[in-house]
Design a protein around this ligand. Sequence first.
Ligand code: MN
Length: 212
Amino acid sequence: MAEHYPFVNTPLPYGYDALEPYIDEKTMHLHHDKHLQAYVDNLNAALKDRRALQEMSLEQLICIAGRLPENIGVPVSRNTGGVYNHRFYFDGMAPASDTGPGEALSAAIAVCFGGLDSFKSKFSAAAMSVFGSGYAWLAADKRGHLCIITTANQDTPLTCCLCPVMNIDVWEHAYYLKHYNQRAAYIEDWFRVVSWKTADDRYASCLSCAKK
Ligand code: MN
């Protein structure tokens, strides 16, 4: 059964201090327990009297939000995006390790970006280019080809029919306590705690969906 209203703030898959020294414990507490919690609470508040929407999954709500009247569509879009994007971000990290992408993702990165180092520099440039608040994403299209995109605020790639593989939150709350205004240093540290295993699994699932 897919999760639906009332949504809950699922715990992090690791301890709040697990990403130290790259992402600090205090930032993780505030980011998960305050920022993400607020999106969960505001989504539930928006859906409170909307029986027809209460049976829908997060992904279904994201896809339908743009077709709802503005007074409900806007809060549903912002808050479903806030929940989806943050979960995707938190689940996409793990305590630092020296591993890289597995065989399939590695090959796709080589074809699309010319290798892992080149991918990292293109992804970092995209994350740096976000003006204001938003995210940078690695995503796969329907043929499994990879692309790097950015989204503003809490927009998601799902509404562009892309299958996300990785994302980095570049809202200032994601890094300001530790890295101040140095977004480039945060991006570099974030690469140290990317869960390549999760990225591999997501890419495999993108490919299996693409074949259907
Ligand atoms: Mn955030």
